[in-house]
Design a protein. Structure first.
Ligand SMILES: Nc1ncnc2c1ncn2[C@@H]1O[C@H](COP(=O)(O)OP(=O)(O)OP(=O)(O)O)[C@@H](O)[C@H]1O
Ligand SMILES: [Mg+2]
Length: 231
């Protein structure tokens, strides 16, 4: 089960591979009705088998293979990873696609994605360093009360932790540089829509907490030499 939440709708990229393989099977063409009964029966059996394979594979998503790199990658390399979240206010505002688009167009690789309502305990752990601050209880409630879900992502690439924070902007949107996500969409520190890991240590803790090894999928990006080479 997903380590983050029992209500998680987890979409590791690996699942897509299994779905498309299943779809290829399910599009096997049925034989024309005018052929012999035996041939028709064979076609029926094939269709039934394909249907069974489709159902089975959609109900049993493939989990990511054991990775040889640490969960937050190796800092300073193209394997570095960060945890980015669209908080409930960002999901309500329809900003999930905008976040994905900004990281994608920068050349970063999506290696984890999920929609979930996190438990109170998970959010308390995630923001553990802020315990005791006057806004802590309100922050935990707004993140975990289920009025809207959180979309969690793991992004990979060079300097992605630091650059991810730059793409988001300063904690207080009123201090965020123009062009950053928070400056473009937010005005209140309590509704700043997005989260980004602030260090490699934090990324390690947060990816483990929200995803775990099996939900982060290491895949080969065909364009990588065109994006991340120093010649
Ligand atoms: N003064 C405040 N009043 C209300 N909420 C606050 C305040 N300061 C921080 N927060 C909330 O707590 C979150 C975590 O604060 P933190 O200091 O870790 O900033 P951050 O690292 O920029 O944000 P995040 O960890 O969400 O990426 C902020 O994003 C914001 O939602
Ligand atoms: Mg923080």
């Amino acid at each position: 089960m997903c380590p983050a939440s029992s209500s998680c709708l987890c979409f590791p990229a690996a699942r897509q591979a299994s779905l498309s393989a299943a779809r290829q099977m399910s599009t096997v063409r049925a034989a024309p009705a005018s052929r012999s009964v035996a041939f028709g029966a064979a076609a029926l059996a094939t269709t039934a088998l394909a249907g069974f394979a489709y159902t089975t594979s959609t109900n049993a998503p493939v989990e990511a293979a054991a990775s040889t790199i640490p969960i937050a990658g190796v800092k300073g390399t193209t394997t570095e990873r960060t945890f980015i979240a669209v908080k409930p206010d960002g999901v309500q505002r329809g900003l999930v696609g905008e976040v994905i688009s900004r990281f994608e167009r920068r050349g970063y690789k999506l290696v984890g994605l999920k929609l979930l309502v996190p438990s109170k305990a998970l959010v308390e752990q995630h923001y553990g360093d802020l315990k005791g601050r006057p806004f802590f209880n309100g922050l935990v409630d707004y993140m975990s009360n289920g009025k809207a879900p959180v979309v969690g992502m793991v992004w990979q690439g060079k300097d992605v932790i630091r650059q991810g924070r730059k793409l988001l902007g300063a904690t207080n949107p009123l201090d965020s540089e123009p062009g950053t996500l928070r400056a473009d969409y937010c005005t209140a520190v309590g509704r700043n829509c997005f989260h980004g890991s602030d260090s490699h240590e934090a990324a390690t803790t947060e990816i483990s907490l929200w995803f775990g090894e099996k939900a982060v999928f290491d895949w080969k990006q065909a364009l990588e030499p065109w994006i991340a080479s120093d010649n």
